[in-house]
Design a binder for this molecule. Structure first.
Ligand code: ZN
Ligand code: ZN
Ligand code: ZN
Length: 294
């Protein structure tokens, strides 16, 4: 499908198109989740919220502004990849191709696992070295993130994170439809879940194999410079191998419920910010108050 679209021949048109499509996709996906879980939360929902507090409208505004920055750079490498594919300058292909189904299925798993390790390792660098932390720290100003934080990153971070879409098809034959879909679902879709702020009853924080929304919440809340905790994306394996698993007392929603921290009385005391200001243009043009959330 992607191979047949002729507009990819023009880089600027491709980049613009991908950015606009990406923006639409993000605002729709994160927007729906935000309205349901942040604008109109119920007690039953809140019981599963990792952090009992809701971020201020100011913070959400900052997230959305930074998300726009992330969007523009996240689409740069994919746009370049499509252009190279169309010119036959990379090993990208469409359809089943000359390699057959076996190759397509095998490459699906290799791309997935290699990308997951790549994202883990690059994220780990952000928590290990000053140079990388100075770029990555912007994502960490959101210590109680909302679903809009998925790609709320400084320019460089999103450029590096989306680089596999350009690099992998240079190294080996890759089906472009497959890889683009994979990144949209596994990295943006799963990333939305990781930044949801809420948890499922299953898979819960104690799942042995995958990182759940709790691990990424924990990452935002306590992983800072020189303290890499759960920098992994999907598989817990990488953090287990590199020794960056959080081992202290668990504070996931399920454990907090067991401790009696999610009672109706506590819910009634939770401040529910008025997010309707986000729909007011004046709010977007007023300077940030710099007020810190707790
Ligand atoms: Zn981080
Ligand atoms: Zn994050
Ligand atoms: Zn727990």
């Amino acid at each position: 499908m992607l191979c047949e679209i002729s507009v990819w021949g023009n880089f600027m048109a491709t980049w613009t198109l991908l950015s606009v499509a990406g923006l639409f996709f993000i605002l729709l996906l994160s927007g729906i989740v935000f309205v349901k879980y942040y604008v109109k939360p119920t007690y039953e929902m809140w019981r599963w919220k990792t952090n009992p507090k809701y971020p201020s409208a100011e913070k959400v505004k900052d997230e959305i502004i930074m998300m726009l920055k992330g969007m523009v750079t996240a689409t740069f490498c994919p746009a370049l990849a499509l252009q190279l594919a169309q010119r036959g300058a990379s090993k990208a292909y469409c359809g089943v191709g000359e390699f057959g189904w076996g190759y397509l299925i095998a490459s699906f798993f290799i791309v997935w696992i290699a990308s997951d390790f790549y994202e883990f390792f690059y994220h780990r660098l952000g928590h290990k070295y000053d140079f990388f932390w100075n770029i990555h720290r912007y994502h960490h100003q959101f210590y109680n993130p909302s679903p809009f934080a998925v790609i709320a990153d400084e320019y460089v971070d999103q450029l590096v994170r989306s680089a596999p879409l350009l690099l992998f098809p240079m190294i080996a034959p890759i089906n472009m439809d497959m890889m683009f879909l994979q990144y949209a679902i596994f990295f943006y879709g799963y990333g939305s879940y990781l930044h949801w702020g809420y948890e499922f009853s299953w898979p819960d924080a104690h799942h042995p194999v995958i990182n759940t929304a709790f691990q990424h919440y924990l990452h935002h809340a306590i992983s800072i410079k020189n303290r890499p905790y759960h920098t992994g994306f999907f598989f817990k394996l990488w953090d287990q191998l590199f020794g960056s698993v959080y081992t202290e007392a668990c504070f996931c929603a399920k454990c907090e419920q067991a401790k009696g921290e999610r009672s109706v009385e506590k819910w009634k005391k939770v401040e529910k910010p008025d997010y309707s200001v986000l729909l007011r243009p004046a709010f977007w043009f007023s300077p940030s108050t710099g007020k810190k959330d707790e």
